[in-house]
Design a protein around this ligand. Structure first.
Ligand SMILES: C[S@@+](CC[C@H](N)C(=O)[O-])C[C@H]1O[C@@H](n2cnc3c(N)ncnc32)[C@H](O)[C@@H]1O
Length: 253
C-alpha cells in the first residue's frame, strides 16, 4: 500500500524517470559524442575564409541561413557579401534578404533582386536542415556559382541519429537541443554525383564542400540507396569523405 502511494507521488516518479535517463547508455553515448564534436577546434568560419582566400579576384559570398550574423557572417572576409534568412530563429534578423532561400532564388532568377548574372565564389548553405530543402538549395547554388567556386554545407556529420532527427523542436532526445537534421542525406546524394568533387571537413558538425573544378575528392557509388542512418554510420568515413582541415589545405599548396 505505502509502496503504491509512493509510486504515485509525482516528484518520486520524476526522480525515478530522470535517473533512468541519466544512466541510459544511449544518453551517455550521445552526450559523449556531443562533447567530442564541440571540442573540435576548427570552425566553419575559418574554413569559409580559407576557401575565399584562394581567390585572387574580388570575392563574392552568399550565406543562406544566418541567425545571429555575429557568429559567422560578420566574420567572413569577402569583398561583397549577401545574407538570406526568413528570421525563424533570431527575431532581429539583420540580413539583406528577409525571406526563405526558395523565395530568394525565385526572385533572383526573375531579375527582381541583385542581377540574374551574379556569380558567387562561395555559397554557404546553413538554412533549413532537411534533406529535400538542402538538395534544392544546392541545385540553386550551383546556378549562381563561379565555375571554380565552392558550395559549402554545415551540419553534414551528425554524431548520432538523435542529432540527425527530422524534428528540430523536440529537445528531449539524448542530443537535447543539438540538431543537425538530415542535411547529411543531401550531401551524400551529391557525393554520388560524378560531375562534382566533394569532401567533408571533420570539424564543427561536418562542413561539407562541393566543387565542380577543384579535385577535393572523387564521387562514390551509392551503398545507401534508402539513406538509412545505420548504414551511413557504418560507412561514415567514405560516405562523407571525412578529412582533417590541415590535410584539406594541402590540396591547394
Ligand atoms: C543554424 S542557423 C544559421 C547559423 C549561421 N549560418 C551560422 O553559421 O552561425 C539556421 C538559420 O536558417 C534559417 N532558415 C530556416 N529556414 C530557412 C529557409 N527556408 N531559407 C533560409 N533560411 C532558413 C533560420 O531562420 C536560422 O536563422
Amino acid at each position: 500500500m505505502i509502496k503504491k502511494i509512493l509510486k504515485n507521488i509525482k516528484a518520486i516518479k520524476f526522480y525515478a524517470q530522470g535517473k533512468k535517463f541519466y544512466n541510459d547508455r544511449f544518453y551517455i553515448d550521445t552526450e559523449n559524442k556531443t562533447n567530442r564534436e564541440i571540442s573540435k577546434k576548427v570552425t566553419r568560419t575559418e574554413i569559409l575564409n580559407f576557401l575565399l582566400s584562394l581567390k585572387s579576384n574580388p570575392t563574392n559570398y552568399l550565406e543562406i541561413g544566418v541567425r545571429n550574423p555575429a557568429h559567422n557572417f560578420d566574420l567572413i572576409n569577402a569583398n561583397t557579401k549577401y545574407s538570406v534568412d526568413p528570421g525563424v530563429e533570431f527575431a532581429e534578423n539583420p540580413v539583406d534578404f528577409k525571406m526563405t532561400s526558395d523565395d530568394f532564388f525565385k526572385k533572383l532568377s526573375a531579375g527582381e533582386i541583385l542581377s540574374k548574372d551574379i556569380k558567387f565564389d562561395v555559397i554557404f548553405i546553413d538554412g533549413l536542415h532537411l534533406a529535400e530543402q538542402t538538395d534544392k538549395d544546392i541545385v540553386n547554388a550551383f546556378e549562381y556559382l563561379h565555375e571554380d567556386g565552392f558550395v559549402v554545407l554545415h551540419d553534414c556529420n551528425p554524431p548520432t541519429e538523435w542529432h540527425a532527427r527530422e524534428n528540430y523542436d523536440y529537445h528531449n532526445t539524448p542530443a537535447h537541443k543539438y540538431w543537425n537534421g538530415t542535411t547529411w542525406k543531401a550531401f551524400l546524394k551529391w557525393r554520388c554525383n560524378a560531375v562534382v568533387n566533394s569532401c567533408c571537413i571533420d570539424a564543427d558538425w561536418g562542413v561539407g564542400i562541393l566543387s565542380k573544378k577543384h579535385l577535393i575528392g572523387n564521387s562514390i557509388e551509392s551503398v545507401n540507396p534508402f539513406f538509412e542512418y545505420y548504414i551511413f554510420n557504418e560507412n561514415r568515413q567514405k560516405e562523407l569523405n571525412l578529412i582533417d582541415f590541415e590535410l584539406f589545405k594541402k590540396y591547394f599548396n
